[in-house]
Design a protein around this ligand. Sequence first.
Ligand code: PBG
Length: 332
Amino acid sequence: MQPVFASYPLGRFRRNRKSAAMRALTEEVTLGVGDLIWPVFLRDGTNRRDPIASMPGVERLSLDLVVEAAALAHDLGIPAICLFPYTDPALKTADCREAWNPENLTNRAIRAIKAAVPDIAVMTDVALDPYNLYGHDGLVRDGIILNDESVTALVRMALVQAEAGADILGPSDMMDGRIGAMRAGLEAAGHTDVAILSYAAKYASAFYGPFRDAVGASGALKGDKKTYQMNPANGDEALRLVARDLSEGADMVMVKPGMPYLDICRRVKEAFGAPTYAYQVSGEYAMIKGAAAQGWIDGEKAMLESLIGFKRAGCDGVLTYFAPEVARLLRR
Ligand code: PBG
């Protein structure tokens, strides 16, 4: 598209910004509640909520409270909720077997939410880190994160989640070949309508710190995730990964983190036109909440500006811890 405009003084861009009415008419993208996926943290017990120090306003919730949260999200018009479990350290093993226990926290939560709030889409996390003695997303042997053995474990985990009623599986593990293996497993098991939202372009990022506190993985993790998560310097590789995951049967793709990678969101959307999501991760949330708590920025405005940025970059939606807060604001 070739921009054409009269030169000054005939052309005055400020005309279209003169009033709220003119700004509304000329707005290019909008943020709606339908764009939101709300990540929530689970814990065991009843009527229990733990604040997460590095994520002000976010709590780990016991199953009964997560069901209430899902009902509230549904009432607000939020289409999907994404579950992340805080696993009892006693259940973490080297073989990560709790990951495919049909009665684990996530699977119990899926069933409880689908029974009480059937119309909200339930998304899961498919990765081994909450269950792993070593804190990694894949199985570890002699300090090496194993690819193919991890894929086998992840498929077992995914199938149990599908069986529990998950609508969207979110493989966040970054092993090679997992999307194809999961899609084949789902087909074979008759779960033909379960969607896969692939964490296709997931970077090895410092912005995941607060999340690892929330799921209790910080203590266990030895080293970093650079052998499976992407190098922040790479953009072309993100396109190859998205192409690969779409061709293996992903229905939707994600770029993660969000704000430092808006160029990737734009390129992915333009290259493939597939449903594209950004994950505004825990560290991004913490930065906005932390600065707002100091009185250094206006938290509400910064939240809205950060989210509209994802829409402008071409995203169809955003996973954000702000989901209920922004949904309430959009309703007003
Ligand atoms: C791990 C996983 C991570 C996040 C979602 N799934 C952290 C990691 O890769 O170490 C991060 C989300 C966030 O920071 O909000 N499977």
